[in-house]
Design a protein around this ligand. Structure first.
Ligand code: GUN
Length: 292
């Protein structure tokens, strides 16, 4: 069965918009998300544009702050401090990657964790890992939401996470092993130095592919009836498209799909859910749900 991330995301945005209108009707504040975009990376431009559009769909106020790629670290940190202290801004993000002369870690740690709707600050990462209320990184949270909405069983299953990045692989592994649904799986994390990746994958009931290599997961690596979640979004040249490229997942979809009980497509699977999770975090920020 195909997991429709696009349709699920549309439903969730409607749910958020409804709640926002109730909040505003009761005299509450409309949630406000700010995004900082540095430079003109094509992927980042698209993501941020889609985040602004999603804010509109949810009834949020949004502010886009742009810098050229020669902005200094000092200037960027000053803006972060300004947003930290701006009572009208409920949450904000700094779109990654940043130019090489700026320390991403320094910028992330400068963000007030109470406004860190990306969930990248060490306080949020730490709280997530011990199961405390916090902002959870958007892609893993979007995947949990898909598992929930499709009632996919997880308890006692064997889950293989391909990839160990700070924003997807690591938090995904933590969340899939947490007590409660959708978790309680036995997790194996595979990466570029794993021996026998194929064997690990073949034993998995659930495979979450976030390795960033197009078509990495092939049919011979997948057990019959497995659930396959494709996080890959590599841009590959495609002259037949107006944009000149298309997004390619980490899964060789055509041959893997027939073996799966559930699978996410690229595009239209995890991608739309990621932005949706950011919207949920922004709503939580507006409601001061996790932190006063
Ligand atoms: N770059 C790739 N994914 C993300 C994300 O979720 N948030 C931010 N800020 N930058 C990203």
């Amino acid at each position: 069965m195909l997991i429709d991330g696009k349709a699920t995301a549309a439903i969730i945005k409607q749910e958020i918009a409804k709640e926002v209108e109730e909040i505003v009707a009761n005299g509450g504040k409309r949630p406000h998300l700010a995004a900082i975009l540095v430079g003109h990376d094509g992927g980042s431009e698209t993501y941020v544009k889609n985040k602004v559009i999603a804010c509109e769909a949810c009834g949020f106020t949004s502010t886009l702050i742009r810098y050229e790629s020669d902005v200094t670290e000092e200037e960027l940190l000053k803006k972060v401090e300004e947003l930290n202290n701006d009572a009208d801004i409920d949450g904000f993000i700094v779109q990654l990657p940043l130019p090489a002369h700026i320390s991403e870690q320094k910028v992330i740690e400068a963000i007030d964790y109470r406004k860190d709707v990306d969930g990248f600050h060490p306080i949020n990462v730490g709280r997530m890992s011990i199961g405390l209320p916090c902002y959870i990184s958007a892609t893993p949270n979007g995947i949990l939401e898909l598992l929930k909405r499709y009632n996919i069983e997880t308890k006692g299953k064997k889950c293989v996470v391909l990839g160990r990045s700070n924003i997807v692989g690591k938090p995904m592994a933590q969340l899939m092993m947490q007590k409660n649904y959708p978790g309680d799986t036995t997790v194996t994390v595979c990466h570029s130095h794993t021996n026998n990746i194929k064997e690990e994958c073949r034993q998995a009931d659930i495979i979450i592919a976030a390795i960033g290599i197009p078509n990495f997961l092939t049919a011979d690596m997948v057990k019959e009836g497995a659930v396959v979640i494709d996080v890959g979004t590599t841009r590959v040249k495609d002259e037949t498209r107006k944009s000149g490229f298309r997004l390619n997942g980490d899964v060789k979809f055509d041959e893997v799909a027939p073996k799966c009980s559930y699978i996410t497509p690229v595009p239209g699977g995890v991608g739309p859910m990621t932005i949706c999770s950011l919207m949920k975090n922004t709503l939580s920020a507006g409601k001061k749900e996790f932190y006063k």
